[in-house]
Design a protein around this ligand. Structure first.
Ligand code: HEC
Length: 157
């Protein structure tokens, strides 16, 4: 019994040391990865503001501007993001609102990335047609952002 207890404590000590080393070792990379993915999100937001303004009748429909924003959004959404989402860069790190579940539910997270890529590709195909087409394809894009944020982003309130 005593021996077993010792073995358990030793195991724990090894794990803690490993974590401390990893955290110290990767912190600069983690900061860069967080900045890159937050910049990626900022570009989503910028293009969504143009599209949302038209889809929600706050700004006049402009086929060329809608096409440009939707093409940007689709291009960004189809980028490989795997290097940004570094395990350990969750909300326990200052400046991150990423939930740790991103890494424990990696397949679902990848599906949420793919859902936005597919919805924004569909939007880009029709955004320049007319306002009704834009409105129809805009909803699923906004829905894909929201679905991922609900599941994987710590809420700011
Ligand atoms: C696959 C999941 C996922 C999708 C899809 C997604 N986001 Fe995010 N978003 C996140 C996570 C996680 C964070 C928090 C990242 C962090 O703090 O490091 C975030 C953060 C943000 C931020 C804050 C960025 C900052 O500077 O801290 C904005 C703005 C944002 N998302 C906008 C969008 C918009 C607009 C869309 C859709 C076009 C979108 N996101 C789609 C997961 C997602």
């Amino acid at each position: 019994m005593k021996k077993r207890h010792f073995a358990t404590s030793l195991g724990l000590a090894v794990i803690l040391t490993g974590t401390a080393f990893a955290a110290g070792h990767i912190s600069e990379d983690v900061t860069k990865a967080m900045e890159a993915r937050q910049a990626h999100m900022t570009l989503y937001s910028f293009n969504m503001a143009t599209l949302g303004g038209m889809a929600q009748d706050r700004t006049p429909y402009d086929a060329a501007a809608a096409t440009a924003a939707a093409n940007n959004l689709a291009a960004i959404a189809n980028m490989d993001q795997s290097a940004y989402w570094v395990e350990g860069s969750d909300s326990s790190v200052e400046g991150s609102r990423a939930k740790a579940e991103i890494w424990s539910n990696a397949d679902d997270y990848a599906e949420k990335i793919a859902a936005l890529a597919s919805a924004s590709t569909a939007l880009a195909a029709v955004a320049g047609n007319d306002l009704d087409a834009l409105k129809g394809a805009f909803g699923p894009v906004g829905g894909s952002c929201a679905a991922c944020h609900r599941a994987y982003r710590v809420s700011d309130n």
